[in-house]
Design a protein around this ligand. Structure first.
Ligand code: DQA
Length: 145
């Protein structure tokens, strides 16, 4: 089983960026946590971060026929991107949405998630642990199929 893990804009700034929302650990720490969990689950993961919407769309399209599941934190594109929603719908790969903070309890404009309607689950407000929970949700979903 192979899972693509996508992180959107500004998540390369984890550790520096708004620690009150995102903590003090870095993207490298996050990737290490995800890779450790993947090994324990007996699956492979590829972690990728981009600040560019089209690049994320490309990665979702490239996953067609290759990845069994997608775990995505679209970051700010959560609240703006019909393109990411359409990409997930196009490839029909089971996808879980994850957020470090809980966007639904923050600014009004963060309450909209375009991608959510194409996702099998959303994990939010659980810090980096949320990625591990999201990975487990995907793996259990895929193993049931
Ligand atoms: C985020 C929440 C978004 O509202 C924000 O734009 C991000 C990160 C999170 O992980 O909590 O960049 O997706």
């Amino acid at each position: 089983m192979h899972i693509l893990v996508l992180n959107g804009p500004n998540l390369n700034m984890l550790g520096i960026r708004e620690p009150e929302h995102y903590g003090t650990q870095t993207l490298a720490d996050l990737v290490q946590m995800i890779e450790t969990e993947a090994a324990a689950l007996g699956i492979t993961v590829e972690c990728f971060q981009s600040n560019h919407e089209g690049v994320l769309v490309d990665r979702i399209q490239e996953a067609y026929g290759k990845a069994d599941g997608i775990l995505i934190n679209p970051a700010a594109y959560t609240h703006t991107s019909v393109a990411l929603l359409d990409a997930v719908k196009a490839v029909q790969i089971p996808t879980v949405e994850v957020h470090i903070s809980d966007p639904d309890t923050r600014d009004e404009f963060r309450k909209i998630s375009y991608i959510r309607q194409a996702c099998i689950a959303t994990v939010k407000g659980k810090g980096f642990e949320g990625y591990l929970e999201g990975l487990n949700i995907l793996v259990h979903h895929l193993r049931q199929k």
